[in-house]
Design a protein around this ligand. Structure first.
Ligand SMILES: CC(C)(COP(=O)(O)OP(=O)(O)OC[C@H]1O[C@@H](n2cnc3c(N)ncnc32)[C@H](O)[C@@H]1OP(=O)(O)O)[C@@H](O)C(=O)NCCC(=O)NCCS
Length: 153
């Protein structure tokens, strides 16, 4: 199935929580992203920063994305960006990752930000080529084992 105009992003509520936590990436991708349930626990502890959303297409849950907005952070790459992105294994390669990134970019623009950042772990099954394809460029910064990438809006 390909992406449709019925793709929507929903805040996480009691109605869609169970669907959100069932979003699972491929087993070989698990080391590149936290499970959705962990992201939602982190969102609970930082409600003013986290922007978690379920991506749904034609009613089907297809992805989870969590933006992070902390405009006064001393760390420049924590001010606006993608904190987590999990496209369901069966829904990958159909444009949903791109839609999720564009939604975070749109939210960042609405908040007056001029760039978004993301941190990725390098590796064959990782998201590096996806982010490069979408126009992200490494800033030269690294955090532990993660590369910092930025997309100018
Ligand atoms: C990485 C991930 C988010 C990509 O999502 P997706 O929905 O499969 O990607 P899309 O279909 O939106 O792809 C958008 C573009 O990126 C390209 N792309 C996606 N994954 C790619 C890869 N591994 N290598 C090269 N190009 C890739 C697509 O070909 C497409 O290009 P096009 O516009 O020219 O057709 C998804 O594979 C995923 O959830 N991975 C596991 C978790 C993860 O690593 N998350 C990121 C944590 S920072």
């Amino acid at each position: 199935m390909s992406i449709t105009r019925k793709t929507v992003l929903e805040p996480i509520t009691t109605d869609n929580l169970a669907e959100a936590v069932r979003i699972a990436v491929r087993p070989d991708q698990e080391r590149f992203v936290a499970p959705v349930v962990q992201s939602l626990a982190e969102a609970y502890t930082q409600p003013d920063v986290a922007w978690p959303r379920l991506v749904r297409d034609e009613g089907r849950p297809v992805a989870f994305v969590m933006g992070a907005f902390d405009p006064t952070s001393e760390i420049d790459f924590f001010r606006a960006g993608i904190w987590r992105l999990n496209v369901a294994a069966e829904s990958q390669g159909q444009g949903y990752g791109r839609v999720a990134v564009e939604a975070v970019a749109e939210e960042a623009r609405a908040r007056g930000q001029q760039r978004i950042t993301v941190l990725w772990v390098p590796g064959d099954a990782g998201p590096e080529r996806f982010y490069l394809r979408l126009g992200f460029r490494p800033t030269g910064q690294v955090l532990e084992d993660q590369v910092v990438g930025e997309l100018l809006l």
